[in-house]
Ligand binder design. Structure first.
Ligand SMILES: [Zn+2]
Length: 462
């Protein structure tokens, strides 16, 4: 980023640096005045970066200088004519058209552009010199949490060193800004609010936008035990889809592997729509005596009491099936909500998993807790049982509601629908566990990044 400088002081430095530019121009003269490469920079101790010469038809020299030829948009390029050269006509190559005289030009879009200079006080008015400018995509961003509760406030700012005059605006909320920082208050209703910072860069307006998710409370539906296709699973998923409600559903991978391909495809289509996230709910959801062969007579669960090796194998086997079918798995929830320290260790070695529902807590993952139950017994959604708990937890930022759609009979399904419709009417925001993790990560100090394109997993403070 080129810091804002006054054109006159830059021009003064430019003129002091001009002998170097002339030297460079002499070297480049062998190129016949063709567009110069990007390595034709002067030494870094001078701010005069580029000097290019073109030979006018009468043999006189046509020269120019710009202070920078590479950078991210918005890129400010200051153009100057050397001493004695007057009436210079510039074209910055980005469609803004020619301009007469020196000064600053702002590139607002990424691209490779050719700056040309013409005219001046040479005898051949058609003579020109050119130089290439490379503008990379804008990296300027509004910094601040992307998550805000209704009616509450946030502090926002532009990156350090952004010194252009700035005005702030918000589509729905209220914002007061003073140049590079602003104070925002969210509106009273949930939704996505767009915040804009409009910079005045040398007379050019440049806008940077950011979206803030305004919420009252997040709801994560944790539906367990997807295997083969059943009428009840179809009913649950199709009804949520018709309501536009996001949900998170736990797959038992050894069962789904053997399921009807049409069912697998249906689930994949829900994943592609972004309304449904599928989580790892065990490879086989097993429980029984001595599952791993090391503890005769002892009851074990797939992820509790069994050895680390057994658990790692089951975690990985599930992910292999998921991968082969095309499911993107970022979340884990132990079968029976039973897990132990070996599960934490196995998950620690599997960085694809970034969120855990209920069990086990620990590790560098988002842990989502169980606070309120919708079901009063497996598959028994119960509105009268749910509502008092829900009222007692209205201040919680999120609720994870566990559901067993395949164990839900018609009467319980009606209760489930009523509960979800109540939550919709009270402006709750339904998200997948992964959606919530991403939003949540935007306001926390991130752990070291695991890959270049993904925000790292973050911890949530209960
Ligand atoms: Zn289960």
């Amino acid at each position: 980023m080129s810091p804002a400088r006054s054109a006159s002081s830059w021009a003064a430095r430019c003129r002091r640096g001009w002998p170097r530019a002339c030297l460079l121009a002499a070297i480049l003269a062998g190129c016949g005045g063709s567009p110069a490469g990007s390595n034709d920079r002067l030494e870094p101790d001078t701010e005069l970066v580029v000097g290019v010469a073109g030979a006018a038809a009468d043999g006189s020299r046509l020269t120019f200088a710009i202070d920078v030829d590479t950078g991210a948009a918005p890129l400010v390029v200051r153009a100057a004519s050397p001493v004695g050269q007057t009436g210079t006509r510039w074209d910055f190559g980005d469609g803004s058209g020619p301009r007469q005289g020196d000064g600053a030009h702002v590139y607002t879009q990424a691209g490779v552009f050719t700056v040309t200079v013409q005219g001046a006080n040479v005898k051949d008015p058609a003579a020109s010199a050119a130089h290439r400018v490379v503008v990379t995509p804008c990296t300027l961003a509004i910094k601040g949490p992307a998550l805000c509760r209704v009616g509450q406030g946030l502090s926002l700012q532009l990156p350090a060193g952004t010194t252009w005059p700035c005005t702030w605006s918000a589509q729905d909320g209220v914002i007061f800004g003073a140049d590079s920082s602003a104070s925002y208050t969210a509106p009273a209703a949930p939704g996505t609010d767009r915040i804009s910072a409009t910079l005045n860069i040398e007379g050019t307006r440049f806008r940077v936008d950011a979206d803030v998710r305004v919420f009252r409370q997040f709801i994560i539906l944790k539906a367990d035990d997807i295997g083969v296709a059943t009428v009840r699973w179809g009913r649950y998923l199709n009804w949520l889809r018709s309501r536009g409600v996001a949900s998170t559903a736990g797959i038992i991978w050894s069962q789904l592997r053997q399921a009807d391909p049409a069912w697998q495809q249906f689930l994949l289509s829900l994943q592609a729509e972004g309304l449904c996230e599928f989580f790892h709910h065990g490879y086989d959801h097993s429980t029984g005596a001595n599952l791993d062969g090391t503890a005769p007579g002892t009851t074990q669960w797939e992820f509790r009491g069994t050895s680390y090796e057994f658990q790692r194998q089951h975690l990985d086997a599930g992910l292999v099936v998921a991968d082969s079918l095309g499911f993107v798995v970022r979340t884990f929830g132990a079968p029976f909500n039973k897990a132990d320290a070996s599960t934490v260790r196995a998950l620690d070695e599997q960085p694809a998993i970034r969120t855990v529902l209920f069990e086990p807590p620990g590790g560098n993952r988002l842990h989502l807790r169980r606070t309120v139950d919708l079901e009063n017994g497996t598959g028994k959604s119960d509105l009268a049982y749910f509502v008092p708990q829900y009222r007692a937890h209205e201040a919680d930022e999120y609720l994870v509601l566990q559901i067993h759609p395949n164990a839900t009979d018609d009467a319980s399904f009606t209760q489930l629908q009523q509960a979800i419709d109540l939550l919709i009417s009270e402006q709750r925001t339904f998200v997948t566990a992964e959606d919530y993790r991403r939003l949540n990560a935007s306001r926390l100090v991130p752990a070291p990044r695991r890959s270049s394109d993904e925000p790292a997993a973050a911890r949530v403070t209960p």
